[in-house]
Ligand binder design. Sequence first.
Ligand SMILES: Cc1ncc(COP(=O)(O)O)c(C=O)c1O
Length: 410
Amino acid sequence: MNDSPDLQNWPGAGELRRLWMLDPQWTYLNHGGFGACPRPVLEVQRQWQDRLESQPINFLARQAEAELLRARSELADFVGADADDLVFVTNATMGVNTVLRCLSFSPGDEIIIADHAYPAVTNGLRYVTERSGAKMVNVQLPWPLGEDAEQAQEKLVAAFTGKFTTRTRLLVLDHITSPSGIIMPVEKICAAAREKGIPVLVDGAHAPGMLKLNLKTLGATYYTGNCHKWICSPKGAGFLWVDPRAQENIVPLSLSLGWMLKNEEESWYQTLFKYTGTWDPSPELSVPAALDFFRELPGGWEEVRRRNHELLLQARALLCEELNASPPVPAELLGSLATIPLPDGPVAPLEERLVNEFRIEVPVFGWPFRKREIPGPRLLRLSAQVYNDMDQYAYLASCLKKCLAASPAD
Ligand SMILES: Cc1ncc(COP(=O)(O)O)c(C=O)c1O
């Protein structure tokens, strides 16, 4: 397919945009939010749904299992895993909650999580710690990270290892942080945790598609990821990978008929996740089509990642220059998500103007996280996907300048 890619023939962002359903009236700069699925992949999803609805029993009871195994195997190949170690879940939140609810914690146990963790994940952890009496140990990541990637990585590793104690029972670690886009030194942190016998649950919500993954060598105990974000599958396709040595204790949040579907060749882990209640498997079944969609662009996935990263850095440089801001994270620690500090102020009025007046979709949030009406430090998060171009970021820069000039604290 991409043996000698004709990179000269890379389609323009406008041409690519037409392959998505994105409303042309909007400047859509938040791919990291919920992803966005290209039309050809949605057509494949529609075909799966048609097949399902034309004979639901035949499809769900007789055919889906083999089709899902094919899809799971393709996804496992893509993320460098054995298909036996990976199961589909609806999304990364479900992956995280599944693991957290299956582990047992006692009063005095400690679970480490960083301040840049996604709030839904922190909530899941809050629930299990409050119920069990275990303690949530918060790691404050160094911020801003400075310009030197090596030093930044060392600081990040030290921020976690400095919290390890003999009571640490779990480390919850982002692969790519949501509010800051940092690609964490996951291998190094997992290796340090392993030396102390601490299991690591990696929240890789943004990583599949944005990074080339090799889950077999990463060193995580549990790894969950989304397919709908940077693989651009339909929503409803995520996965949970579990180290074979830890699979015994992991069951789905919902136990259903899967229990009765065991065959000799598969583990209980695979059996129980096979069927967790009646559902629409079309998102999972469409993952191979999404993988192919990008594979078929000149240069395939590698070129997609390279372009998104380059576009992101260019966009970040432009915004930083126009807003007189300093980039808080070294370029080497970014993929296709990055944040830019904005002058202090409340989030709500600025975001409302961007949305209502300029039709720009880009996340602005208070950092550290706080209510949108309360003034304070603010961050703007940029996403770069193949359908974005520099004109869109230039438009964002000019609109932001208007908003900030009108009322810098708004
Ligand atoms: C780091 C991180 N973890 C988890 C999630 C949750 O993803 P989902 O809502 O698809 O489960 C997100 C969503 O953006 C995220 O950024």
